[in-house]
Design a binder for this molecule. Structure first.
Ligand code: NAG
Length: 182
């Protein structure tokens, strides 16, 4: 009886320091999860008319990246501009009233919501030659994510959830608390 009590007391002592460590680990992981990324549009090529007419150059770039809410896009360019436009304007390669316009050579835009973003150059003829891009992303992994062999950010999202569950099971068993674990 008595030895049983001592064991439980010792367990609880260990448990509180263990819990502290776990809370610290989770705090660090949460910081990483909300960390935002800045992406350079077009990589080293930047935002510039493709060398040969190529409608999909920037969409190919966009499809190689995984976007999250509050990530930022950095457009770097010379003698050009970037506009945020509607889908219709994107298709027409023209906008008289863009949602956003910048031509200062270094434009940082935040992806402040999930969904679709349409960007085109405001310089006559450049959009037609391929200086345009659609960015689309949704909350959580897209439906085909399971088939994707390189989902780094999907894995980063999945890790905290499984750790929380593991920690919860561990704490529950240490404290001798029987709770339904789904
Ligand atoms: C994005 O940023 C806004 C304002 O900075 C903040 O209120 C919001 O919680 C952020 N959203 C995410 C998913 O990080």
């Amino acid at each position: 009886m008595a030895s049983g009590f001592i064991t439980i007391t010792q367990l609880k002592k260990h448990c509180s320091s263990l819990a502290l460590i776990i809370v610290l680990i989770l705090a660090v992981m949460r910081l990483r999860a909300v960390e935002c990324v800045e992406l350079d549009v077009g990589g080293p090529y930047g935002w510039a008319t493709p060398p040969a007419k190529n409608d999909q150059m920037y969409n190919d770039w966009a499809s190689k990246n995984r976007f999250q809410v509050n990530d930022t896009l950095r457009f770097t360019y010379k003698k050009d501009s970037v506009m945020t436009v509607t889908e219709e304007e994107y298709e027409r390669c023209r906008s008289s009233h863009p949602v956003f316009f910048s031509n200062n050579g270094d434009t940082v835009l935040k992806l402040d919501r999930p969904g679709l973003f349409y960007f085109i150059s405001g310089v006559s003829g450049h959009c037609q030659r391929g200086l345009k891009m659609v960015v689309k992303f949704w909350h959580g992994p897209p439906p085909q994510a399971a088939a994707d062999p390189s989902p780094t950010s999907a894995a980063a999202f999945a890790a905290p959830a499984s750790i929380v569950k593991t920690v919860f099971i561990l704490l529950s068993s240490l404290l001798g608390v029987i709770l339904p674990v789904g």
